[in-house]
Design a protein around this ligand. Sequence first.
Ligand SMILES: CC(C)(COP(=O)(O)OP(=O)(O)OC[C@H]1O[C@@H](n2cnc3c(N)ncnc32)[C@H](O)[C@@H]1OP(=O)(O)O)[C@@H](O)C(=O)NCCC(=O)NCCS
Length: 334
Amino acid sequence: MSGERFLKGAKITGVGYYVPEKILTNADFEKMVDTSDEWIVERSGIRERHIARDDQAASDLSYEASIKALEDAGVKAEELDQIILGTATSDMIFPSTACLLQEMLGAKNAAAYDLTAACSGFIFGLSIADSMISSGKAKKILVVGVEILSRITDYTDRATCVLFGDGAGAMVVEECPPGEGILSTFIKTDGKYSDLLYLPGGGSRSPLTEETLKKGEQYLHMRGSELFKYAVKAMVQAAKETLDKAGLGPEDVDFLVPHQANIRIIEGVRKRLKLKKEQLVINIDRVGNTSTASIPIAFGELVESDKKIVKKGDLVLFVAFGGGLTWGAILFRR
Ligand SMILES: CC(C)(COP(=O)(O)OP(=O)(O)OC[C@H]1O[C@@H](n2cnc3c(N)ncnc32)[C@H](O)[C@@H]1OP(=O)(O)O)[C@@H](O)C(=O)NCCC(=O)NCCS
C-alpha cells in the first residue's frame, strides 16, 4: 500500500440517491429537435432521463438523497462534521447549496461548502473527505453530488439537450481502522481545455444581461467530439494510477462505477483496462448524464437493487471525467 495513508482510514458507510419522477424519453426529443431514438441510443446509449419539477432546486434533490444516505449509515445529521457538495447548478451563486442543505437536514455541527469540478465533483469531494478523515480533522462527512442540468440546457440544441438529466446522490464517509474502506484516490485537472465544456453567462466574466441572454450564455456549451478524445484516456489514467497506488490491478476490481457520459466512452475504458462486462455498473440508458451525481446514483441503484450484490470486502473503483478538464478515481473495499 502507498505511503500516502495516515493513521486512520475512511469508509463509505451509507449511500442514497434521488431522481425526479418526470421522465423525458428519446421519443419526446424527436418532437422537440431534429433527432431520432436510433441516433441517441447508438451515439450515447441514452434512452431516457429524469427532469426536476419547476419548484425543485439543487438543495431539494440533495436533501432527498442525503436523508437516505444518513439512514443507510445509521448516522444522525447532528453527528456530521462536514458536508461537501459538488454541483455546477447550485440554488444560487451564494450561499452555497451545502449551507442550505445543512439547515434542511439540521446538521448543526457540520461545516458545509460546495465545490465545482463539473462531472468529477463527487470524486473530488470524496477525495477531500478521505483526506480530512484520515488526517484526523473530521470523523463523519456527508458528500453530495447534485445537478439540475435541465436549467442550463438549451432545448433547441440537439447536440447537447439529449444527453443530460437531473438527480442527486450522497454518501456518508466515516472514520475506520487504517487499511479498511478507501484504499487510494486520484484527482487531476487540465485548465488548458476549459473551453471544451463551460457555462459562459451569469458569472463575473459575463453577467446575465439582455444581450448575453440573447446569445444563449445561460446555457452550457460543449465541444462533444473533442471531449470524447480526452475522456477515455483520462479515465484510464485515473483508474490505473489509483489501482497502482494500492498495489492492485484491474483484474482485482469487482465493480467499476464510471461516470455515465456516453456508453461508447464507458466501453472504451472497459476495453483499455481489459475488464469484463460484468465488472461494469451502467445506468446511462435510464438516467442520462447527471454530471457530478452520476456515480453516487449508479452505485446507489446497484446497492439498492440487492443488498447482497456488493459484498463486504468487494473492491469498487469509481472513475470520473468532466469539464475543467477534471478527472479522478476512488478505490475502496466495501
Ligand atoms: C456528444 C456526443 C454524443 C456526440 O457524438 P459524436 O459521435 O461525437 O457526434 P458529433 O458531435 O461528431 O456529430 C456527428 C453528427 O451528428 C449530428 N448530431 C449531433 N447531435 C445529434 C442528435 N441529437 N441527433 C441527430 N444528430 C445529431 C451532428 O450535427 C453531426 O452532424 P454533421 O456530421 O452533419 O455535422 C459525443 O461526442 C460525446 O458523448 N462526447 C463526450 C460527452 C462528454 O464527455 N461530456 C462531458 C463530460 S461529462
